[in-house]
Write a protein that binds this ligand. Structure first.
Ligand SMILES: NC(=O)c1ccc[n+]([C@@H]2O[C@H](COP(=O)([O-])OP(=O)(O)OC[C@H]3O[C@@H](n4cnc5c(N)ncnc54)[C@H](OP(=O)(O)O)[C@@H]3O)[C@@H](O)[C@H]2O)c1
Length: 100
């Protein structure tokens, strides 16, 4: 199963992209800077019958948060197939997921 991480996915466009990619059969890591909001969004997807989803706490403005997210992902998967940097923050911080 292909994996995708979407930042800022607990609502709005990111959430909808998460829903649609989960429906298409991707395993979706739903990025949320707030743990509770992430968990609530996962429950919404579960209630739609989608179980191939998990939340990942990531604040794209916080290098420590990005590094924690990267380590958590590394403990679960060997490769991330797609990164959708939906959280609207300019700069290169999200790319450090891969280069730290
Ligand atoms: N909607 C439009 O018409 C439109 C048009 C052009 C471009 N865009 C761009 O498309 C993207 C999504 O838009 P949207 O309308 O879906 O926005 P939205 O409803 O405001 O959702 C933004 C998402 O990003 C999260 N977020 C904000 N700051 C973050 C941070 N520092 N780290 C991680 N996540 C963060 C928010 O989390 P919280 O819930 O914690 O705030 C939320 O989940 C944005 O980049 C926006 O600029 C949107």
């Amino acid at each position: 199963m292909k994996t995708v991480l979407i930042t800022g996915a607990n609502k709005g466009i990111g959430f909808e992209v998460a829903r649609q990619l989960a429906e298409l059969g991707f395993f979706v890591y739903l990025g949320s800077r707030d743990k509770e909001r992430g968990t609530a969004s996962i429950l919404k997807l579960n209630n739609l019958g989608l179980s191939n989803v998990a939340s990942l706490v990531i604040d794209v403005t916080d290098t420590n948060s990005i590094q924690r997210a990267r380590l958590e992902l590394e403990s679960k998967i060997t490769a991330l197939d797609i990164l959708i940097n939906n959280a609207g923050i300019s700069g290169d911080l999200p790319t450090r997921l891969f280069y730290l």
